[in-house]
Write a protein that binds this ligand. Structure first.
Ligand SMILES: [Zn+2]
Ligand SMILES: [Zn+2]
Length: 395
């Protein structure tokens, strides 16, 4: 048998709530509890009862509907004696569920239709939510009713947040400041600078790269289709991991085992007299232990791999020479390539520069597009937008 706790009831005459299950009369208006009264558990207020109590439900007076203890044989309110027809609290609650209202002694039809035997009561299943949000379960009913209360975990949210803040606050702020400076520096570097300069020198450079079709000697693990094979050789190519042997090693493994059993409360059974009985179950308690385990670890070695290597001649277009022209004037030109029959131009590029003096007497050297460069001449004052060494004339 589980431990007994005190329940509570509310007076529906004057609205007083949380009246102890040990009180038959409302302490405010003096009315006795009756067939409309519902007992409930308040998990914040309910206390264990140490004295021995009568575990039978209260009976309902057939005259005045007041609840009376199983200990008394006549109604404490009107004196009417207990009879065979006197329902108890639990049978009356069942009537609430089946008919949606308390049992009516005057209605003979319903009395004949419903048989309050224990078997009939046990088969009835339903659930509803009571005032204190507890869920009622009626799967197993033996001379009483059960319902379970969801467990409430206590967790101090404030305490946890405080410790997190004090530890990480400084580091977080420093990281944010560092990131701001880094981003600002990058933006500053990328932002174009403006300079007003007097052009002192203009220069240009043009370059043509020339390739030559030539025979080269190469070697490879695969022979290209156009190659002319000279010879092959059996050579070391690479290492591969090969299994040498196994070594027996040991390691600590974490395991779980049952260290004991604990009892926990799964719900409360309404005794129907202002008291509830705890329903308990047992569950295993686990502990962690460590075990030394031996295992086989493979040991590898580097095994050399040999393959056929091809040595061959092959004809290819390869960079051969450049034709560069440059000048410190405004007359750029491409150099003469004098291409031989086995030569071709692979690429050509040009760049244009100016050197000038700004108002702080600093020498500024920038590259320009051909169109901008061509608009300028020595002695001219020009405003430039410069980024990464390249200038653009600002209108
Ligand atoms: Zn009252
Ligand atoms: Zn009575």
């Amino acid at each position: 048998m589980g431990r007994i706790i005190k329940g509570f009831w509310d007076c529906h005459h004057c609205g007083t709530t949380g009246i102890g299950g040990d009180l038959r009369e409302c302490p405010t208006c003096g009315k006795a509890r009756d067939s409309n009264t519902t007992f409930y558990v308040d998990k914040h207020k309910s206390t264990y009862v140490t004295k021995s109590i009568n575990r039978n439900p209260d009976w309902i007076c057939t005259s005045c509907s007041k609840l009376n203890s199983d200990d008394v044989d006549s109604c404490l309110s009107c004196g009417t004696p207990r009879t065979r027809n006197s329902l108890n609290y639990l049978q009356n609650r069942r009537s609430h569920e089946v008919y949606g209202r308390p049992y009516d002694y005057g209605d003979s039809d319903e009395e004949s239709n419903f048989d309050f035997t224990s078997e009939n009561i046990q088969k009835t299943e339903c659930s509803h939510t009571s005032n204190d949000s507890a869920t009622w379960n009626r799967n197993t009913i033996l001379n009483g009713e059960e319902f379970s209360i969801s467990e409430e975990s206590s967790f101090s949210f404030g305490e946890a947040m405080k410790s997190v803040f004090t530890k990480k606050r400084v580091i977080t702020i420093l990281c944010i400041i560092g990131a701001i400076f880094l981003v600002a520096g990058i933006i500053w570097l990328m932002l174009p600078k403006y300079e007003e300069i007097t052009v002192q020198e203009m220069s240009w450079k043009r370059n043509i790269d020339i390739e030559k079709y030539q025979t080269v000697s190469e070697s490879s693990w695969v022979l290209p289709p156009t190659a002319r094979l000279r010879y092959t050789n059996w050579e070391f190519s690479h290492y591969r991991k090969a299994l040498s042997h196994y070594e027996t090693k040991t390691r600590q493994v974490e395991r779980q085992r049952i260290s004991g059993y604990e009892e926990y409360v799964t719900g409360h059974r309404d005794l129907g007299n202002g008291y509830f009985e705890e329903i308990t179950a047992t569950r295993p308690v686990y502990e962690t232990y460590y075990e030394t385990e031996s295992y086989q670890e493979p040991v590898y070695y580097d095994e050399p791999v040999y393959q056929t290597k091809y040595y061959y001649d092959i004809d290819k277009w390869l960079y051969y020479r450049s034709v560069v022209t440059s000048g410190k004037d405004k007359n750029p030109y491409w150099g003469d390539t004098h291409l031989a029959r086995n030569e071709r131009v692979s690429s050509q590029n040009e760049s244009f520069f100016i050197v000038g003096i700004n108002d702080k007497d600093e020498k500024i050297s920038v590259s320009l597009s051909y169109d901008d460069w061509n608009m300028l001449k020595v002695g001219r004052l020009v405003k430039l937008e410069i980024s990464f060494g390249h200038g653009k004339i600002v209108e």
